[in-house]
Design a protein around this ligand. Sequence first.
Ligand code: NAD
Length: 439
Amino acid sequence: MTKKRIAVFGIGYVGCVTGACLARDGNHVVGVDIDQGKIDALQKGFPPVAEPGLDQLVEEQVKNGRLTATTDAEAAIGDTEMALITVGTPSTDSGAVNSNAVKRVLETIGQCLRSGEKNYTVVIRSTLLPGILEEELKPVLEEALGEEIGHRVDLCNNPEFLRETTAIKDYDNPPFVVVGAEDEYRAKPILDLYNHLTAETIVTDTRTAALIKYGCNSFHALKVAFANEIGMLAKSFGADGQEAMRILCIDHQLNISPAYLRPGFAFGGSCLPKDVRALTRYAQQQAIPSDLLQSILSSNETVLDAAFRLVEKAGQRVIGLIGLSFKSGTDDLRESPQVILAEKLLGKGYDLKIYDPDVSVSRLKGANLAYVDRHLPHLSALLVEEPQEVFDHAELLILGTNIANDVDWENRFEGETIDLRKDLVVSQDEQKLANRQTK
Ligand code: NAD
C-alpha cells in the first residue's frame, strides 16, 4: 500500500492519537492546531494530551520525521493529499452540536485548494449529527473552494470510536471501520489507511455513518443507565444487582445480541408489556429511580400512535390488516400492537378486515378468547379466511407481521400499502434505493 501524506486538523485526544498511529503505520502526518502550545509540545516530541502509550509513540514518530506539527494550515494542505478533521464539536448552550471549528477548518482547506488542480480528500472524523455534513459543511467547503465538491475534492466522514485511556488500543482494534462516502471509489483512500486492521470495514452514506457514532454512544449510555436502574431495584428487592447483571450478560441469544435491535414496529405479546409494567410499578411504589424503565412503555405507545397517524395520513378509510397476533406463528393476541392498532382504527370508524392464518376465532381458547372478548368482540366479523378477501375489500393494506411474506400481496393487491415492519423507520429515499438495488 502506498503510504499517504495526511494533515490532521485538531491535535486533541482524537487527533493526536490518530496522527501518531497513522505515522507509526508509515504515513507522513502533519498535525495542525490553532493552539500554539500544543504545536510547540508536539514539535518537541511531547503529546499535548495525556494518554497511555502516547508519550513513546509520539516521541518515536517525531524523531523519525513522520510526525510533524504546525499552525500553518496552508503549508500543511500544500504538502498533503488528505485532511482528517478531528477538531472539537462541543454542545452549545441549547445542547445542539457546535460545528463552528469544523466549518473554520473547511473554509481554510477550501481557500487553500481554490483554483488549483490538486485532488484532495477531506475526511470528517469529528462527531457530527447526520445532516450537518450534507447541509452545512458541504456548502461551506464549496463556497471556499469556488467549485462543487466531488470532482477533484471529496468530502467524506469516518467516525472515530476510540475511548480515552485505551485510545491506541482502540485505534488498532476498532469495533469496525465506518466510512461515509458517495461511493466505494471515494471511500478507498480512507479505507487504505486501515487495511492492516482486522476490523470489518463498512462503506455507507454519510448520514448513516454519522448516525452510527451517535447510535453507539447512546447505546453505551443506555446500557449504563439500564444497569444502574436494575442495580437499584435489586438493592430494594434484596437481590444482588451485580450478580443479576453478570448472569443477564451470559445470554448471548437474546440479551447481548442483535435480537430486538432492528427498528420496526412496537413490541407486544403476553410477557414484555406485562413484566415491564410490574417492574416499573414496583419502582414507583418504592420511589426507586427508574426514569429509563418508566419510559419504555410510553415509548412503545408513541410508536403505536405513529403507526395510527401513518394510516390517517394515507387517507383511505377501508383497510386490510395482514397479521393480528404480535408475531407470525402464534395465536396469542394478548397486548398485540396489531390488536391495539385495529381497536383504534375501529374506534375511529375505519372499515377493517383482517387476515391472520394463526388466529381463528373458533380455535381461540382460554386467556386468548377472554382477551378477544374484551378487546375485539366483533373479531369474528372482521377476520377472513383468505388473503384475497382482504385484497378485494381494502383500499389500504397494512402489513403487520411476517405473515405478509407468505401472502403474495405484491402481485395480488393494487392499492397503497403500509408496512409496519419498516415504514415508520425507513425513509422513502432509502426504500427507493433498496427497490432499485433489488430490481
Ligand atoms: P479536543 O478538544 O481534545 O481537541 C480538539 C482540538 O482541535 C484542540 O486541540 C483545538 O485546539 C483544536 N482546534 C479547534 N479549532 C481548530 C481549528 N480551527 N484548526 C485546527 N485545530 C483546531 O477534542 P477531542 O476529544 O479530540 O474530540 C474531537 C472530536 O472527536 C469531537 O467531535 C469528539 O466528539 C470526537 N470524539 C472524541 C473522542 C474522545 O474520546 N475524546 C472519541 C471519539 C470521537
